[in-house]
Design a protein around this ligand. Structure first.
Ligand SMILES: *Cc1c(COP(=O)(O)O)cnc(C)c1O
Length: 558
């Protein structure tokens, strides 16, 4: 036995297998596209800190998600630099095949081990079809994240679901697993892999699975025509399942498939849990609000500050509830340092000379219609009128390469920014990723979120901001619907009963004019209190708390 074999053999006691189509560990490992992947990475990191016996499975996208460029007119273009997995990942000595498109496709696996703060490790297995023995068409299956058409997507999800179950079997670590946690429907084929393994006993599969749904938005729920799946995966699929979408519409609805085979399921905020329950009334759906991995998302200066006053804040984030012990001056100084880093970077990239003395709003997210990135530009005259040189805005966000609508949003933001030239400074920073995410969510003064309620299932960037003492100014959607205490830890905008661009924008302008701007410029005590209350709020929205919830409610077989 080689060294690695004996190490593999030792790891036979995993009780949780966490599956996700994307996992974001850091920006050096570009195997994530946005919120879902970053959340998955945070989930794994906190599980390691909590000492859970977990392993994780995902795909290796060697051309990851893309690198974004935006020209002066706001046109997004993409490049796909290939990353070399070897310095960070270890190739495992296992290879196996899956029959796709009527031929054997070789799959190899790489391993990344995340070590938690107590030294406990969680292995993440990355599946890869870029193997010399494969046909070109098969080598590219796992090459890029969310690329290609539906067929491509079916093949990727088959590698993840069926391939993932096979991998665990090959590694000899499937025997002890009590919970297969599906992070969204992309991994639902794993249930059919298990069905095969458990001799078609649906009840046994159901005893082993938990499902998390992440969005009410229809486009976020994959469904594939039965005909296409039969053609691509024929011998992998059972033919007598009693799934409504399969029986009635001849399609595999991946969320329904995951829910059907799960003993329990959840949405990702209290509000979203209810929305998801209405979406899928035939299943029982609970709620665990998302959280962020606080040791990662706290900016450098705050990290040092927290460590100075609360030596165990990483193990025990509740210590941050004592934030009042940190003197005003230090808190402000550290925040200004983060702002200095961000604006220094922004100015080097854009030449727009943002000022460190001006109230800086931040907005960074995927360019999706429901996020309404341009709500703040709804009435440019009004924005200019309330701003009077007292506001500047930092934007970032990617549009999926095939998403014309998303690209249009970015272009319009840049056009609005150009219209505001000389009146309100607006910068759009390219290539939003985890590194830039941390820089922005720790370096602006106020975090803005203006989704069309209730489409933002949770939202996590606002939690990152709060952790860095940055108050949220947001529609009462997702996590903010439960976290907001207006005027204390941030502000609520919009009418929760009925979303309306016109009125939501008016609410945003009024709140900026009458509450945010005066508090920032004229009342130090109010502002410091907002910062402190944001940090205290964030304790409830750490992945530390989230993992405790999952562990207590969903990771123990009832
Ligand atoms: C946190 C994060 C997200 C998710 O933020 P939302 O508020 O949920 O949109 C997306 N992308 C990156 C790079 C992030 O760091």
């Amino acid at each position: 036995m080689t060294n690695s074999d004996s190490r593999l053999a030792k790891n036979t006691d995993f009780t949780i297998a966490y599956f996700s189509a994307e996992i974001g560990i850091s920006s050096q490992l570009p195997t994530y596209s946005g919120g879902l992947g970053v959340l998955a990475g945070d989930h794994i990191k906190s599980s390691a800190d909590a000492g859970l016996n977990m392993c994780a499975v995902t795909l290796l996208y060697k051309e990851g998600y893309f690198k974004q460029r935006i020209d002066e007119e706001g046109n997004q273009s993409e490049t796909f630099p290939r990353f070399d997995p070897y310095p960070m990942l270890k190739k495992l000595p296992v290879m196996f095949t899956l029959k796709l498109r009527n031929r054997d496709v070789w799959i190899q696996a790489f391993e990344y081990r995340f070590k938690g703060i107590t030294g406990h490790e969680i292995p993440i297995y990355f599946l890869d079809t870029d193997v010399a023995d494969n046909f070109h068409d098969d080598r590219v299956i796992t090459l890029r994240l969310y690329s290609g058409d539906k067929d491509h997507r079916i093949l990727q999800e088959a590698i993840l679901g069926f391939g993932g179950i096979q991998l665990l079997e090959k590694l000899g670590i499937n025997g002890s697993i009590e919970t297969y946690h599906m992070n969204e429907g992309h991994c639902s084929f794993l249930t059919l892999g298990l069905l095969d393994k458990f001799n078609n006993n649906e009840e046994i599969v159901r005893q082993h699975c938990h499902f998390t749904t992440h969005t009410p938005v229809e486009a976020g729920h994959d469904h594939f025509a039965k005909k296409r799946c039969d053609k691509l995966l024929h011998n992998l699929l059972p033919d007598n399942l009693n799934l409504p979408s399969l029986v009635q519409n001849s399609r595999w609805h991946m969320t329904e498939l995951g829910l059907y085979f799960s003993r329990s399921a959840n949405g990702v905020s209290k509000l979203h849990g209810g929305v998801a329950q209405e979406q899928f009334p035939e299943f029982n759906i609970g709620a665990i609000t998302n959280g962020v991995y606080h040791p990662y998302w706290v900016g450098k200066e705050f990290r040092e500050l927290y460590t100075k006053y609360f030596p165990d804040w990483k193990e025990n984030p509740q210590q941050l509830l004592n934030i009042d012990e940190i003197p005003d001056k230090e808190l402000l100084y550290m925040h200004q340092s983060h702002k200095h880093f961000l604006l220094g970077y922004a100015n080097s990239q854009t030449g727009k000379a943002l000022s460190e003395d001006v109230l800086t709003l931040g907005f960074a997210r995927r360019a999706a219609e429901y996020k309404r990135a341009r709500l703040i530009f709804h009435d440019l005259e009004r924005l200019i009128e309330i701003s009077e040189g007292k506001l500047q805005i930092v934007f970032a966000g990617k549009a999926h390469p095939n998403d014309r609508g998303g690209k249009q949003i970015i272009q319009n933001i840049v056009e609005d920014a150009n219209r505001l030239f000389g009146k309100v400074k607006v910068v759009f920073l390219e290539n939003y990723n985890m590194w830039l995410g941390k820089l922005i969510t720790s370096g602006v003064d106020v975090w803005v979120n203006t989704p069309l309620r209730p489409n933002e299932a949770s939202g996590t960037s606002g939690m990152k901001a709060a952790l860095n003492g940055i108050p949220n100014l947001s529609i009462l959607d997702g996590w903010w619907a439960e976290a907001c205490r207006h005027g204390e830890n941030g502000w609520a905008i919009g009418n929760p009963d009925k979303a309306d661009d016109e009125r939501d924008a008016a609410s945003l302008y009024n709140t900026l004019e009458k509450e945010v701007i005066p508090a920032y410029y004229s009342d130090h005590d109010i502002w410091l209190n907002l910062m402190r209350e944001s940090i205290k709020t964030s304790v409830q929205y750490t992945a530390h708390r989230m993992i405790q919830d999952y562990n207590e409610r969903y990771y123990s077989k009832k």
